[in-house]
Design a protein around this ligand. Structure first.
Ligand SMILES: [Mn+2]
Length: 427
């Protein structure tokens, strides 16, 4: 299924009078505060969020998976799904692939297919947290950190293969997330495991194309529960610093222990020029993979507040971060969930753009926490939905993507095309 521009225009026309009224109200308010509305809209439009190929099907828990039907069966169909999202919201113009789940058979055809949906290929992701059928050695006791040099070589070779696939498609970065760790005290030598990981990453880094970046993701627990080799941003930063200037830390919102101050991590990494990428999701407890903004929209805003501050005052020359959603759960329609996630990200970004940075800095210098809170919450409590909707409509997308998804019976069409039992590869 492809969404026709005329279908979107018809829906937008119906919603237009109501939208105009709300948009004019906020435009008026912002203009009165000397905030240039046109440049806000431009910024929202150019903020593109990559969709991971594994989020297009229902995710599972270890207890079960309940596919809703019409899930993409092939890489082409995964690209089609991201194309549908991008047609609806003009904010998801890239796809992030997971190898070996998404190995392109015909590269030229896949590239053309993505281009027909105006999609780019974002970071490619390696997978050494599962054994593949044809694999010689097992990752049961780790991959890049393994005690057996042959396992480490196999994991390095896999990462090189991922880079080759990415290069063919036009990706420019590799994301490495390792499940490596141990579940029992005494099981693994912390120092040896970290040293071996660094040595293995060095091999990959040395062979990475010169215009590529490496993103190192961290996670405090799971699938192993006593220790993970790259447990936190500090460990990731240590590795990235030792590797070189094209290695960066990747922050995944779900990969923190409860109540971690993630916005502070963002600020610190950007101060060092080492924030490479971002995985958005939300959680109540840990790596819950819930819809972005579903639980803690204020935290998301505070994180964006630091991202925007870091991008505006970029003395450390932090590269423009790679933005990606990393969520997959088993209750919602995956495409509806992604529409909600992209919108939540755009809203938090727009709100962060409204923060009066000069006034905030003055309040901080004057040690006035009351005023600082007022300034932040004034931005957070502004209803920026009409701004984001206007940005979408101007870019040719839907004023209300979720309503359009339902009115156009997108899922029903996909079920008709692909069947009730189709299941996407992934977790
Ligand atoms: Mn992630």
């Amino acid at each position: 299924m492809r969404i026709d521009k005329n279908q979107i225009n018809t829906l937008n026309d119906k919603a237009l009078p109501d939208h105009r009224e709300s948009f004019e109200y906020i435009s008026h308010k912002l203009t009165a505060r000397d905030i240039p509305v046109a440049s806000l809209i431009e910024k929202i439009q150019s903020f593109q969020i990559a969709i991971p190929s594994w989020a297009l099907g229902t995710g599972g828990t270890r207890f079960g998976r309940f596919p809703g039907g019409g899930e993409p069966r092939t890489l082409e169909e995964k690209i089609d799904d991201v194309g549908l999202l991008h047609a609806l919201n003009a904010g998801s113009g890239a796809i992030s692939l997971h190898i070996p789940w998404d190995i392109p058979e015909n590269v030229a055809q896949i590239k053309a297919h993505a281009a027909s949906h105006n999609l780019l290929f974002d970071a490619v992701n390696s997978n050494t947290f599962q054994d593949q059928p044809e694999q010689q050695k097992s990752y049961k006791f780790g991959s890049l950190c393994h005690s057996d040099a042959d396992v480490r070589s196999q994991a390095v070779a896999h990462n090189m293969e991922v880079i080759r696939h990415g290069e063919a498609l036009g990706s420019k970065s590799l994301t490495v997330w390792l499940a490596d760790g141990s579940s029992f005290p005494g099981q693994m030598n912390f120092r040896k495991a970290l040293q071996r990981t660094l040595d293995s990453l060095r091999e990959i880094y040395a062979r990475m194309p010169e215009d590529w970046k490496m993103f190192i993701e961290y996670k405090p627990y799971e699938p192993y529960f006593y220790h993970t080799v790259i447990q936190d941003w500090g460990t990731s930063h240590l590795l990235a610093s030792q590797l070189g200037e094209r290695a960066f830390t990747l922050v995944d919102l779900g990969h923190h222990l409860p109540n971690t101050n993630i916005e502070q991590i963002v600020a610190t990494l950007m101060m060092q020029g080492k924030l490479g990428g971002f995985h958005f999701n939300d959680s109540k407890f840990g790596d819950d993979d819930l819809t972005v903004g579903a639980m803690k929209p204020y935290q998301l805003f505070l994180i964006f507040n630091e991202l925007v501050a870091g991008m505006e005052d970029n003395t450390s020359k932090n590269p423009y971060p790679a933005w990606m959603i990393d969520a997959s759960h088993n209750l919602k329609d995956p495409l509806e969930d992604l529409l909600q996630s992209v919108e939540a990200i755009q809203l938090a970004y727009a709100q962060a753009l409204l923060v009066d940075r000069k006034a905030l800095e003055n309040a901080r210098e004057d040690n006035d926490p009351v005023l600082a809170q007022e300034i932040l919450q004034r931005a957070f409590r502004t209803d920026v939905r009409p701004l984001v909707a206007e940005a979408r409509m101007e870019a040719g997308a839907a004023l209300d993507p979720l309503a359009a998804f339902r009115t156009l019976s997108v899922r029903e069409n996909l079920v008709r095309e692909r069947g009730k039992k189709s299941m996407a590869t992934g977790l």
